[in-house]
Each structure stands twice: as C-alpha cells, then as structure tokens.
Ligand binder design. Sequence first.
Ligand SMILES: Cc1cc2nc3c(=O)[nH]c(=O)nc-3n(C[C@H](O)[C@H](O)[C@H](O)COP(=O)(O)OP(=O)(O)OC[C@H]3O[C@@H](n4cnc5c(N)ncnc54)[C@H](O)[C@@H]3O)c2cc1C
Length: 611
Amino acid sequence: MALKRRATSHVQPSPSNKKRQIKLEDTPVAIKSEIKDEFSEDIKPRVIPAAKPSAHEVPVVQREFYPAEMSNARCAKYNSGELPRPLHLLNETIRKTLEQRKKIAVGDSVIHWFKRDLRLNDNRALAAASEKARSKNIPLICMFIVSPQDYQAHLTSAVRVDFELRTLAILKADLDKLNIPLFITTIDSRKDVPSFILKKSAEWGAKHVFCNIEYEVDELRRENKLITECLGRQIDFSALHDDVLVPPGNLQSGAGKQYSVYSPWFKAWVRHLHDHPHLLKGSELPQANDKSARSKFKSLFDAEIPSAPSNKTLTSKEKTHFAHLWPAGEHEAQARMERFARERISKYKDARNFLAENANSSLSVHFSSGTLSARTAIRCAQSNNSSPKLDAGNAGIMCWISEVAWRDFYKHVLAHWPFVCMHKPFKYEYSDIKWDYNEEHFQRWCNGQTGFPVVDAAMRQLKSTGYMHNRARMIVASFLAKDLLLDWRKGERYFMENLVDGDFASNNGGWGFSASTGVDPQPYFRIFNPLLQSEKFDASGEYIRKWVPELKDVVGKAIHDPYGRGAEKIAKTTGYPKPMVDHSERRKIALDRYKSGLGRETANVGGGVHN
Ligand SMILES: Cc1cc2nc3c(=O)[nH]c(=O)nc-3n(C[C@H](O)[C@H](O)[C@H](O)COP(=O)(O)OP(=O)(O)OC[C@H]3O[C@@H](n4cnc5c(N)ncnc54)[C@H](O)[C@@H]3O)c2cc1C
C-alpha cells in the first residue's frame, strides 16, 4: 500500500488534465510484477524494495515500472565500461548474428513494425523491408502496436497519443493505396509485445521483420532480445538506425572518447556527414504489393484503428482543438517543412529566441512521432542554401541545422550514458543536491500561477497547445529548479505528460541543461532572472498578453512585473497573483544548495550571473 501511495503521490492532477492522469492503483498487481521482471537484465538481480523508502529515494521514479534511483557507484560502472551499454549489447548481437540471419530464406511475407517512424518517405527499415519483399515478390505487411503500459511508463501525453492515432489513420490510407495492410492492435502488457511479434510472424509466414531503433534503455533491450528469440525460430529480426543522422557511438574525440560538450561534437557531426554523404541520402518509398494481398490479408486491411487507452483519452472538444492545432501525418510535415524553408528559415538565427515571433519551425511534433525524418528536413534546408555544406552559406539555415543536430546529440548522450534514462542526472555527482517537494509550489508552476508573467504565459501555452517555445522551456525549467528549488525531474515528468512533441532524450537534455545537472549544461551559477528574460525576449509583452489575459490591459514595461511596476491595481482586480518567491533571495539559496550538494564551501555565494 505504501508503495502505491508513494508512486501516485507525485502524479500531479491539474484541473484540465485530471482526466488524463494515470490511475496507478488500477494496475493489477500481477501486471506490475511482470513489468518489473521485464524491465531489464541489468536490474533483475536486485530486489525492488517493497515499501519503505530509503533516505535517498526520490519520489519521481515510477516504482511500478522501475527500481529505486540508481546509485552513483552503478553509474560510474557504466562510465568505466564495467557495465555494458544497452546499445553496445544490441550492436554486438546484430553483428554476431548477421551471418546466421543472412542465411534465412524469405518466407511468405515480410513485416515492418512501425514505432516512432510513422511515415512512408525516407524510412530506413521500411525501405529495407519493402526491398526484401520485392526480392521474392511476396507481400509486405505493416504493423503498429498500441501499448498502454509503454505510454504509462514513458509518460506519453494524451495529446501525443491522439496525434499518433490520427497519423496512423493517414498512414493506413496511404499504405492501402499500395495494397499494403497496416495492422494495428493493442497489447495490454508490454511484456507480451515480443511474443506477439513472434506469433504474428508465424501466422503470416514472415521470416523477416524490420524496425527502426529507439535509443531508450527498455527498447534497446527489447530489440536485443527479439533478435535472439526470432533467430531461435529461424526469423531474421533487423533493427536499423534511422532516427538520427549519425548512429550513436560513431563520433569520438581524438582520445577515443564520447563527446559530452556540444560544440566539438557538432564539428565532428558535420565532418562525419560530409565524409559519409550516404547518411544523408533518402530511402526509397515502399513498393506496392500485388493486388492479391488484399484478399489474402483481408482481415488486416479491415482492422480498425484502436481508440486511445482510457487514461490517455481526450475529450471530444480537446480532440477538435488539438486536431486543428496539430494536423497529423507526413504530408502535413512535409508541407510545413517546405513552407518553413521557403519563408522563414533564413531569418531563423536572429528571430528564434523571441517568444512572440513565429520564427521557429514547430516541426518537433513531427520529428518526435517520426512523421518527418531529420534527414529529409536537413536535405530540404540544404537545398534552400547557397552552399551544400552543413556549416556554410545562409546564417539562418546553418543555425537551424545546428539546432536539429542538438536532437542527434541528446540521443547520442542517451545511448552512451544510459543511466540518464534511469532517473539519474548525467552529472550524477549532482544527485546530492537537496530539492524541495513543495506540492503547492509545484501546482502553481504547472498551472501558470507563479506571479512571474513570462513563466505563467509559457506554462499556459503548454497546457493550451501541448507545445512551448524553446526559450520559454529554458525559462520555466530554470525557474522550477533554481527559483522554486523543486526536483527538476518533476518538471521533466510534467513536460512529458503534457507535450505533444515529448521526446525523452531532448526533454531530459533540456532539463539537465537548465537545472545544470545534465550534459553540457549551463553552469549552476548561471541563474536565469525571469524578469530580465522577459524584458529581453518578450520586450513588448505580446507573448504574455496572449497567454495571460488577466494582464492584457497592462501597458508598457509593467507587463513584466505588474506588482513591482505600478500595475498592481489591474493585477489585483483581475486576480493575477503576486510573485510567489523573491528571485534574488531564492537565487542565493539555490547557489548554496548547489554548492553544498557538490560538497563545496557555502559561505561565498557571490558571482552568480544574471542573464
Ligand atoms: C526544458 C526543455 C525541454 C525540452 N523538451 C523537448 C521535448 O520533449 N521534445 C523536443 O523535441 N524538444 C524538446 N526541447 C527542445 C526544444 O525546446 C524543442 O525541440 C523546440 O522548442 C521545438 O520547436 P521547433 O520545432 O519550432 O524548433 P526549431 O527551433 O524549429 O528547431 C528545429 C528542430 O531542432 C530540434 N531542436 C531545437 N532545439 C533543440 C534543443 N534544445 N534540444 C534538442 N533538439 C532541439 C528539434 O527537433 C526542433 O524541432 C526541450 C528544451 C528544453 C529547454
């Protein structure tokens, strides 16, 4: 019972997302223990404590899926190579089984398993599956598995699930035109996914199954296991790199180490792509099946798209709202990319940080669901540039490419330092920083009621649209960690539960950057001043007025600080709250906390830099 209470205590129902909250108590005990067993070889020998939280236990870990927070010593073992990285193990299995898998004769069909690659264009595994099917003139079958427990474990937002399901309808229709069925089904227990794939392969006579690699720990381990289990049944399970331009592990410094700083990593990334142009080349579209596939697999063609799991269901009003805001599917993604490259990309460098400007691409939702490949996007940017080089030509285009590269960077980080996926900060020595768990403070942050207009505008933008401007993400993340002194992982979690573009690696990377606990972070003594950020990046207050209607009649600079700059009367009348903390006081406490968490002197707290 205590375990359940702890697990649910950090689920943060807010008025608008209450319906979407996961009711963990509803999860049958039997299923919970299955999940624990399945989680990883890595944790199997360890016993997950039943109830009593250890002094070190953080109430952020979803204990019904994962063990308690990992120790620093165990993180160090990943760093020293004593513990093998899941991607390394997967690569090894791929390499060791290659010859045996090559010998497997093509069966009666070939399967492509869609995951976060929901497109026909430029899709490595789908193209390979199609090629295999064509080599023997047999049908290609596509499949997608709705896994409610994966949604729950990965904190996938209801908005994102809705986007995925709408995309699947488009994908199914596009595949249908090629006589290719898209079979979509729901598997209640994530543990059953591998056996389901084996079962379907046998049923459809498939000897080849293809998918693209996801770099999160559970997924890498699942695919590793699938290769071996499939091989035992004479089935070739192929997992390919697709989601990133350069496969993780391919970029190393002169000393043979992984880069943990972005700038040298980016130079190496550019160099690698210039030296290996095939990595940027698009993949072929899948070829049509023979018409006979329609009768042979009629039930698959007829299979309906399942509805969202009950804890990830939007109301019909929300559905209409988000469908209008985020049209789904790869055609929309392509059109949006082309429009952006034609109309706005060249001004991106100068305008991208301004909160009220429509300067960014808003393509993250498509990258994270795989309705647009980062390769395709970069080729499109390149084709609008005066130089074919990734680091030359138009400043706006170069800058945008370097932003897309951050996405690759964080996936490389995730693959090389897998403990970031296990609730540990990249800088695990920062685990000892004392965080607060003040529920009222957290709720005020979630609901945009902090009394800091720019923070509140951003949090309300998230709630209303499932999206937040990048600069705003940095401001609110810094505010949560360094002004409210709340555990940044609570913010990381809330973002995943609400973002339409939620992506583990980028989200974790962004939070680590802002809380100064991550890879290539801003130093802990750099503490965003929300007022200065507001004045700099929303000078006219347009962004604030849009999202905080209580302040729409405030004129001039008072918009950034209504209580401090003479707009108290309006703010009071409209019910806009006073600032919930004093920034300069909190800044001092934050510096102290960081210093003592790192075991440094606490006396001298000067030297903090205001941005
Ligand atoms: C605290 C925090 C949390 C974040 N969480 C996510 C997340 O869950 N999912 C997500 O996709 N991005 C996340 N980001 C990164 C970034 O904010 C978004 O990618 C960006 O705002 C998406 O808007 P856009 O598509 O208009 O980006 P653009 O400015 O047009 O950039 C183009 C693309 O480059 C990539 N990109 C840009 N900036 C970054 C970055 N800092 N890190 C990684 N990739 C980047 C994205 O794929 C983006 O779509 C987070 C950043 C922070 C600071």
